[in-house]
Ligand binder design. Structure first.
Ligand SMILES: Cc1cc2nc3c(=O)[nH]c(=O)nc-3n(C[C@H](O)[C@H](O)[C@H](O)COP(=O)(O)OP(=O)(O)OC[C@H]3O[C@@H](n4cnc5c(N)ncnc54)[C@H](O)[C@@H]3O)c2cc1C
Length: 475
């Protein structure tokens, strides 16, 4: 069967025009081949598209966008399709996948920058930086398949925000194809450039609603040469901030990771992911994974970690701890941390919150939210874990054991409403890390002020007056 002829719902001639632009290698219309582009990470949505277009260059992206504009057809930009809010889910629009744009355009170790295609897989960028004796510090569970364009479009944070900042802080320049097809070349590697509005920030975190990121200049850092990683048990949740503060001081402010982990997350990771096991004897309510990291090889971070643990242990803040003795042991610690995300699924229905509060309010937030959830749906199991060093708590809730999944999920709005209200009462955010996508459009409308919403709508209208760039997302 002619694959192009099998494609439905596109105005006459558009498919042939797209095929002329990207060639046979860049057009997917076979439903079986489209599956990976329409399946959604968490099974919350089911995508639908007439075709997936995969341009190989920025001019091709521009031509595809122009062709779709001329035909009045909307586009959903897609990277690795790992996002957690349905931002890359199509509802009949053409999917524009950046997968074939995966070139490293330039590495400038002296300028500590790297210029890359938007479709580069995050883990590849980390490897290339390392090969040049540099560090690209963005790191997250989906790094083997998410793309830098998707990371920037969601302003992804990851595990090292405490030290290096979010994707926004890691970006110096962008190349973007605008909704009218124009190409904006903003690929600068400058650290200082005060020449009016800093346009790149409009596209970072815009989740593809203002244009398609096709290239980026990202910051590199000296490659860490010494590291010390510890897995600790805390006396109490309330001690976590004191322990973090002590860790920063004791390490010369080299803390690059600080992950809060509740007992239940260890249980489910061991239960559902092969290769995980207990690192400490005995069971405790709260744990943390702490990492110190430095490029200065004479710095003795192991001694710093030992001293920090000895003093916090003496004072009773830390009740047990183990320091990784090898890279593979360190990887084991992080493997357990990453396993927490996927190990929630086999535990049944799960209600997820991705909130942030000022770091100083994290323990209070968890306690108040736990109490509220217990009142709404007794037996609910809170999994409050995450990058406590940046105030981001993944406040996920697993259904009570033996409960009817749908009955639990029926309380989604009530539960997330209360959890978000608690975070907002502390001047927190209802979506700290994963964005808005399709999932949180109503939350955005409910929680942003009228002034913020009107500024956001004005920006959207200025860039995309016809509303053809990732419609139904964010706003
Ligand atoms: C296991 C796991 C762990 C995660 N951990 C973290 C974490 O620690 N921190 C964190 O912040 N996030 C985390 N995430 C979510 C994270 O935001 C995404 O995985 C990732 O940043 C998205 O990249 P992607 O290429 O998959 O984008 P996609 O999912 O394809 O797209 C995400 C959004 O960006 C848009 N988009 C994609 N590419 C482009 C482009 N080139 N131009 C314009 N718009 C584009 C899409 O339209 C969509 O709105 C995690 C996800 C998973 C599955």
């Amino acid at each position: 069967m002619n694959k192009i002829a099998s494609c439905i719902n596109l105005p006459g001639g558009l498919l042939n025009r797209l095929s002329d632009i990207v060639g046979a290698a860049g057009l997917v219309t076979d439903p079986a081949d489209m599956e990976t582009y329409i399946a959604e990470q968490r099974g919350l949505f089911r995508g639908e598209t007439p075709c997936v277009v995969q341009p190989a260059t920025t001019p091709e992206v521009s031509q595809v966008v122009k062709a779709c504009q001329d035909a009045g057809v909307a586009i959903v930009p897609q990277g690795g399709n790992t996002g957690l809010c349905g931002g890359a889910v199509a509802s009949g629009e053409v999917i524009l996948s950046l997968t074939r744009m995966s070139k490293i355009r330039e590495v400038d170790p002296v300028n500590f920058t790297m210029t890359v295609d938007a479709g580069c897989v995050l883990a590849n960028l980390q490897d290339v930086a390392e090969a040049h004796d540099r560090l690209f510090p963005l790191s997250l569970g989906a790094e083997g398949s998410c793309q830098i364009g998707g990371n920037l479009s969601t302003n992804a944070g990851g595990t090292a925000v405490i030290r290096y900042g979010n994707s926004r802080e890691l970006t110096l320049g962008l190349e973007v194809v605008l909704p009218n097809g124009d190409i904006w070349d903003g690929l600068t590697g400058l650290r200082k450039n005060n020449t009016g509005y800093d346009l790149k920030h409009l596209f970072i975190g815009a989740e593809g609603t203002l244009g398609i990121i096709t290239g980026a200049v990202v910051k590199l850092f000296p490659r860490p040469r010494v590291r010390s990683t510890a897995f600790i048990a805390l006396r109490d949740l309330d001690d976590v901030l004191e322990v973090l503060g002590r860790a920063r001081k004791a390490s010369g402010d080299t803390v690059s990771g600080f992950e809060l982990i509740p007992r239940i997350c260890i249980d489910i990771s061991i239960r559902h992911t092969e290769g995980n096991f207990e690192f400490l004897e005995g069971k405790h309510e709260w744990y943390a994974l702490i990492e110190f990291e430095s490029s200065e090889e004479t710095l003795d971070l192991t001694s710093a970690m030992e001293n920090f643990l000895a003093s916090t242990y003496e004072e009773g803040l830390v009740v047990d701890a183990t320091i990784a003795q090898s890279d593979s042991q360190r990887e084991q610690f992080w493997f357990l941390r990453e396993a927490m995300v996927l190990s929630q699924k086999p535990e049944g229905a799960s209600i997820k919150n991705d909130v942030s509060v000022p770091i100083s309010r994290v323990p209070q937030f968890i306690r108040e939210a736990n109490a509220a959830v217990a009142e709404i749906y007794p037996g609910t199991r809170p999994l409050a874990f995450g990058h406590v060093g940046d105030g981001n708590v993944h406040y996920n809730l697993s259904q009570p054991v033996g409960a009817e999944p749908q009955e639990f999920l029926d309380h989604w709005d009530e539960i997330t409403g209360r959890v978000v209200a608690i975070a907002l009462s502390m001047r927190g955010s209802f979506s700290a890390e994963h964005g808005i996508g399709k999932l949180k459009v109503h939350d955005l409308a409910a929680h942003k002020s009228p002034v913020e919403l009107s500024m956001m709508r004005a920006i959207k209208t200025a860039f995309d007056p016809k509303g053809l760039m990732n419609p139904g997302k964010v706003l």
